[in-house]
Ligand binder design. Structure first.
Ligand code: CA
Length: 367
């Protein structure tokens, strides 16, 4: 009798709606669902083989495949392979693909307030950013902002503090920013313009030639590791820090809301956990590779690594506040996110200063 029942169960696997003895017991449907294989596509904004960024997206998909024993199988496409890099948001929003990986400030034209979920000039570093997102209500707000677009976002990666960029002339004072033609996108570009500079937009692939030929005087990109890979050290002499315009750029995993809601709870938890694990992997990979590449740049490549003068940073900071306030006046959603972001940043600043700030200073050589 037991054997006959087992044979019946065995035959029923793979057939939905098997009737007969035992089928009325609960769990019949769940048993079918728990074996369902979801084959998803993820598109990214990164070039194919782009180290750390695209690698992180692919590692996430591998982790999910292993943890779900193949039940959630995500195929990853780099920018341009399935959809152009800057259409990733729309593709996920429309549901033509289930997932995307990028950074929210790419969608600033459509959702200006999304920039706060990436980074803003003189904003929070990775520590404050992740505390805000994961504990301080930032992620809930982000999900609310993306909700009309049918996208459910997760934080997944951070570049750490970027570098200020490559310059072919020294920046000794605010006056040196006058007329400076610099490749610097987004809010950072708006601030540079206020300072008298001339921000230029161009994609990563165009930067080297433009700088080498003098079409631009300066450029920002990411940090030592990616900048060295692009060969920017061969196109400019001075490498400035810190990256005031990108103090900790956060990346996002986007999931189409309808597809997200259709996932069983255990697969949802696997996605959430793998996103958190790869968020840490991307950030720590950046810290590791950048510290190694910086030594390489300084010791072998004849690059002068310089800190922006305090006067220049103070002026850029003043102009940043002016820029953010102007944007907030134009757009109520921008204002709403800015208010919450700033409230957290202000509250966190004292703690950050008493811990990281004071500790780092205690190690400075005062002699
Ligand atoms: Ca950058």
């Amino acid at each position: 009798m037991i054997m006959r029942h087992l044979i019946f169960v065995f035959l029923c696997i793979g057939l939905s709606g098997c009737g007969g003895p035992g089928s009325e017991s609960t769990g019949g449907t769940a048993a079918v669902d728990s074996n369902k294989v979801y084959r998803w596509k993820m598109v990214t904004t990164w070039p194919a083989n782009f180290p750390v960024f695209q690698e992180g997206a692919e590692k996430f998909a591998d982790d999910v495949r292993i943890m779900s024993r193949g039940r959630l199988d995500i195929q990853v496409f780099a920018g341009g392979e399935l959809v152009p890099a800057l259409q990733v948001f729309d593709a996920v929003s429309q549901g033509s693909v289930e997932m995307g990986h990028g950074s929210p400030y790419y969608w600033a034209g459509k959702v200006p307030e999304a920039q706060f979920f990436s980074t803003v000039p003189f904003g929070m570093t990775v520590r404050g950013m992740q505390a805000w997102l994961n504990q301080g209500g930032g992620l809930a707000l982000w999900r609310e902002i993306y909700q009309p677009f049918n996208i459910y976002p997760f934080p997944m990666g951070n570049t750490g503090i970027q570098m200020g960029g490559w310059f072919n002339k020294k920046i000794d004072s605010v006056a040196d920013l006058q007329g400076l033609r610099m490749r610097i996108p987004g809010l950072g570009g708006k601030v540079l313009k206020k300072a008298g500079g001339n921000p230029v937009l161009m994609s990563g692939g165009e930067i080297y030639t433009a700088l080498e030929r003098g079409i631009i005087d300066a450029t920002e990109w990411v940090g030592p590791f990616h900048d060295l890979r692009l060969g920017l050290n061969r196109a400019a002499r001075y490498y400035y820090y810190p990256g005031w315009h990108e103090p900790g750029t956060e990346f996002e995993l986007m999931v189409n809301t309808r597809h997200w809601q259709a996932l069983p709870d255990d697969l949802k938890k696997i996605v959430e956990t793998a996103a958190a694990a790869n968020s840490e992997w991307i950030y720590t990979a950046m810290e590791y590779h950048n510290s190694q590449a910086l030594r390489d740049l300084e010791t072998k490549r004849n690059v002068e690594v310089l800190e922006f003068p305090a006067e220049v940073l103070a002026e850029l900071r003043r102009l940043t506040t002016e820029t953010l306030n102007e944007e907030a006046e134009k757009n109520p959603n921008f204002k709403r996110v800015y208010d919450q972001y700033r409230a957290f940043q202000d509250a966190y600043a004292q703690w950050s200063e008493m811990t990281e700030g004071a500790y780092q200073r205690s190690k400075e050589d005062k002699l």
